[in-house]
Design a protein around this ligand. Structure first.
Ligand code: PFF
Length: 439
């Protein structure tokens, strides 16, 4: 449940629709689903194996399994990726908090999509307010990690996450009744293969990694907390199915509404924040639906920020354990929160009108963090992890992680190994180099 909580988040409901919208809808969806299958499932297993077998966080896992420090650089790459992601993820979580407040105070009543767009623009131009909302999100996450109340969060997610899914089904039902919703359905489900280009494939691969929390050690860290009798294949499959279901439902809600309200699907990061309030205006119990949905979105976001910050906190605690100045869990939470807030400030400022100094090549700091983490760092880290398990871990050890010998689960290991030894690293490399125009 905790891993599902980490996977299901803003990546599914905020990022997936906007990336799909920018990359041609249906064409993107097909490539995304293929990536989830080819990469997502085996790579989730890969991180679980590393974490479960070593019992360590991203800092100590590679070292413990190889009994030397040669792979330490990969631990640092995971940590760096986590910090970069947190920088923009907390900003977007802050937006969700803002939208809960706006929904409660009836700020959206009677407005049209043009006004929603203005609302969003004024939000991102108010650096102070944006920072305050992100600070709230950082504080909440830090409190959960400080008191180690993950169990409580897990129990809460068990009720709230199905509720989020139910709410999304209801919203999809309402949206499909809007005029012109069929255009959006076509956009999302009709694959125009001519629209698939190397960048689409790279974006889809990156999105599948981001959405499943692969390639930065979050799953390694959770794997370390996994009970010995927990089945890696079944857990990975459940997480993949649930995560993909939520993303597809998000598309099913957003795209018909995008066309019904005349919004540009390639609008970028603001897409769902313009479209969602417009949907609630069309629903019965508009006020209540808006509050409930954005509230649930905040819960989904925070279960992901918890896993993001946990990577960094576990890393720092383990890294300093044997030094002269060991940082216990509490101190690590404070240090990481401080670093994250600095990153949040840079991300936030880069979105405001005063933030032009944080822009390069037409992209601001926020866009760069978003793009670099998913399309470059996560695939490269995952590439190295696949090679690590495939070539540098004992084959028997790896296969034993799947189940008892002679069980059918054990046989999954026989399919898994060639995948991580050959197919996955080669495919990641090819897509990566092709997407960057090098190949
Ligand atoms: N998978 C999360 C989402 O889709 O929102 C984002 C994320 C969480 C990425 C944790 C990476 C991670 F370690």
């Amino acid at each position: 449940m905790a891993t599902a909580g980490s996977a299901v988040g803003l990546g599914n409901i905020w990022k997936f629709p906007y990336i799909a919208g920018e990359n041609g809808g249906g064409a993107f969806l097909i490539v995304y689903l293929i990536c989830v299958l080819i990469f997502g499932l085996p790579l989730l297993m890969t991180e679980f194996i590393i974490g479960k077998k070593s019992g360590k966080s991203a800092f100590g896992a590679f070292q413990a399994l190889r009994k030397n420090k040669k792979w330490q650089w990969l631990s640092w790459c995971c940590m760096l990726t986590a910090i970069i992601i947190m920088g923009f993820y907390f900003v977007v979580t802050g937006w969700c908090f803002h939208y809960v407040v706006a929904a409660v105070t009836h700020s959206f009543k009677g407005l049209d999509t043009g006004a929603f767009s203005e609302h969003f623009t004024s939000l991102v131009n108010n650096g102070g307010s944006m920072f305050a909302y992100s600070l709230l999100a950082v504080l909440l996450t830090a409190i959960v990690l400080w008191f180690d109340v993950n169990k409580g969060i897990e129990r809460m997610s068990k009720i709230l996450m199905p509720l989020l899914l139910l709410m999304m089904v209801l919203m999809a039902g309402r949206v499909l009744m809007l005029p012109d919703s069929n255009i959006g359905m076509k956009f999302f489900f009709q694959a125009d293969f001519l629209k698939i280009n190397p960048q689409t494939v790279l974006a889809a691969m990156g999105q599948s990694f981001f959405s499943l929390s692969i390639g930065m050690g979050a799953i390694i860290t959770y794997g370390a907390y996994m009970p010995a009798n927990q089945n890696i294949s079944a857990t990975s499959l459940q997480v993949v199915v649930l995560d993909t279901l939520v993303a597809v439902f998000a598309g099913l809600i957003i795209f018909p509404a995008v066309f019904a309200f005349g919004v540009d699907p390639a609008e970028g990061p603001q897409l769902v924040f313009v479209v969602l309030p417009a949907i609630f205006e069309q629903m019965s119990f508009a006020w209540f639906s808006g509050i409930l949905f954005f509230g649930l979105l905040c819960v989904a976001a925070v279960t992901s920020t918890i896993s993001l910050m946990e990577v960094a906190v576990a890393f720092l605690t383990e890294a300093t354990e044997k030094t002269k100045h060991p940082l216990n869990r509490h101190k690590s939470v404070l240090v990481i929160s401080a670093i994250v807030l600095v990153m949040v400030a840079f991300n936030g400022i880069s979105l405001t009108n005063d933030g032009t100094w944080l822009c390069w090549e037409g992209k601001n700091f926020f866009d760069w963090s978003d793009m670099l983490s998913a399309n470059i760092f996560m695939p490269l880290n995952a590439f190295a992890m696949a090679l690590f398990v495939g070539w540098f871990m004992d084959k028997k050890d790896v296969r034993n992680q799947f189940g008892k010998q002679d069980s059918w689960l054990y046989r999954i290991g026989a399919i898994y190994l060639p995948l991580v030894r050959f197919l996955i690293p080669l495919a990641i490399l090819a897509i990566f180099l092709n997407g960057l125009g090098i190949l």
